[in-house]
Write a protein that binds this ligand. Structure first.
Ligand SMILES: Nc1nc2c(ncn2[C@@H]2O[C@H](COP(=O)(O)OP(=O)(O)OP(=O)(O)O)[C@@H](O)[C@H]2O)c(=O)[nH]1
Ligand SMILES: [Mg+2]
Length: 411
């Protein structure tokens, strides 16, 4: 899993709604037929869906834009436009989606969980929809609504069963390379691993996902070394295997290594210490006699294979008992709906009315058309925009902007 990417930006854009049509029936024996302009089609939505076949956010790094198709315009004879198809964007399980300010919008934990990232715009109504007793021949139609658009930040926390934690050079990558098919870089110096490696370990018919995390150092919880970036990957692991180096070149005693590692984990998130864990001495084949004497816990050598099967067995047991105690995965999706309605804000030269409903009310095909203007004013009044402006202190003659329209306030 080299080139593992665990963060990426994503720009999503829902399709625009098609415009409604202005059209009148034409019949041989009728001078002017009724309005028959059809509605525009809705724009497609952009959905993010957790998919376990996607392993990283790599695909988004060079291509961060995802756009759903637009709806087509309405036409005469009440023909409605076609809606744009929804766009489904597959993301890895465990993807957390935030807005640019960092607030969590969605947490796509398990297979199939979906979240609406950008709603398509609704299609505009054709003039046939505006017919009323008073307005028999409406000569305007609604424009399509523009699809939602925004930048998101995605973050992937590895969904590992077991995280291998240790000081740099303790032998974590070597261990994962002998128990799984992962082939990470291994070298006789610290900080060899710069990004987490995932490996699948099979024991009987149980599968465990093991994560080899870059080495932790004292102060990691405050951001030293590769710090927080990697402690994050430990967060969701069901169990921890703490590797202490029995042949440490710096001569740090195994017990002291354990202390340092547990202190950093606990400082980062106290509940990490409540996870099932196994502390194992590594490099048993070359352990220095003092360390060997000082360490009474389980030990292994990834080189000779001594103790490895036992440790894998213990990992499997820990994971199995955690899994058994877990409730059925619950769809946990945070979803903040877009606020309907509107609000009034002050601008440099007067007032602005912001909000979907109000903006939609002025989105008609032709604002120079008296008929359309009368409709727009009536609609804004019914929404309560006039009252809200009065409350906000608007005076006769003030400039008010709503979407693309600007008008003078009249009391
Ligand atoms: N003799 C012996 N050497 C080992 C054993 N396990 C790892 N090593 C050696 O220890 C050195 C460090 O191993 P890595 O697996 O890269 O250590 P690491 O914990 O992944 O290191 P970082 O990625 O820097 O945190 C390498 O030279 C390995 O060959 C072992 O069981 N026996
Ligand atoms: Mg390593």
């Amino acid at each position: 899993m080299s080139g593992f990417v665990d963060e990426s930006g994503l720009h999503v854009k829902g399709g625009d709604g098609g415009a409604g049509a202005v059209s009148f029936r034409r019949e041989a024996h009728v001078a002017k037929g009724g309005p028959d302009g059809g509605d525009g089609g809705d724009g497609g939505d952009v959905w993010l869906v957790a998919d376990r076949n996607v392993a990283s956010l790599l695909g988004f790094r060079d291509h961060p834009h995802r756009r759903a198709p637009d709806g087509t315009h309405g036409s005469s004879k009440r023909a409605h436009g076609r809606s744009g198809a929804d766009l489904v964007v597959a993301v890895p399980e465990g993807t957390v989606v935030r807005d640019r300010q960092g607030s969590v919008l969605a947490d796509l934990v398990g297979q199939g969980e979906r979240w609406l990232a950008a709603a398509g715009g609704r299609g505009g109504r054709g003039n046939a929809s505006f017919r009323s007793q008073r307005r028999r021949a409406p000569s305007f139609a609604e424009q399509g609504e523009v699809g939602e658009e925004r930048w998101l930040r995605m973050e992937l926390k590895l969904l590992a069963d077991v995280a291998l934690v240790g000081l740099p050079n303790a032998g974590k990558s070597t261990l994962i390379s002998v128990i799984s098919a992962a082939r990470p870089k291994i070298a006789a110096y610290p900080f060899t691993t710069l990004e987490p490696n995932l490996g699948v370990v099979r024991r009987g018919d149980v599968e465990l996902v093991v994560a080899d995390i870059p080495g932790l150092i004292e102060g990691a919880s405050e951001g030293r070394g590769l710090g927080h970036r990697f402690l994050r990957h430990v967060e969701r692991a069901r169990a921890l295997v703490v590797l202490v180096d029995l042949a440490s070149v710096d001569g740090v005693a195994p017990g002291r290594q354990e202390e340092i590692l547990l202190a950093e984990l606990g400082r980062y998130r106290p509940d990490l210490l409540a996870r099932p864990r196994l502390v194992v001495g590594s490099k048993a084949d070359v352990a220095d006699p003092e360390a060997r004497a000082a360490w009474s816990g389980p030990r292994l050598s990834a080189v000779t294979g001594e103790g490895v099967a036992e440790v894998v067995g213990r990992m499997a047991e820990m994971v199995a008992s955690v899994r058994a105690a877990e409730p059925e995965p619950e769809a946990f999706v945070v979803h903040r709906p877009v606020a309907e309605g509107f609000r009034v804000e002050r601008s440099d030269d007067g007032f602005v009315v912001v909000g979907r409903q109000a903006e939609r009310a002025v989105a008609v095909s032709d604002l120079t058309n008296r008929d359309a203007l009368a409709y727009v004013h009536g609609r804004l009044r019914r929404l309560g925009v006039d009252r809200a402006l009065a409350r906000a202190g608007a005076r006769e003659g003030d400039t008010v902007r709503v979407g693309a329209m600007t008008f003078e306030y009249e009391e």
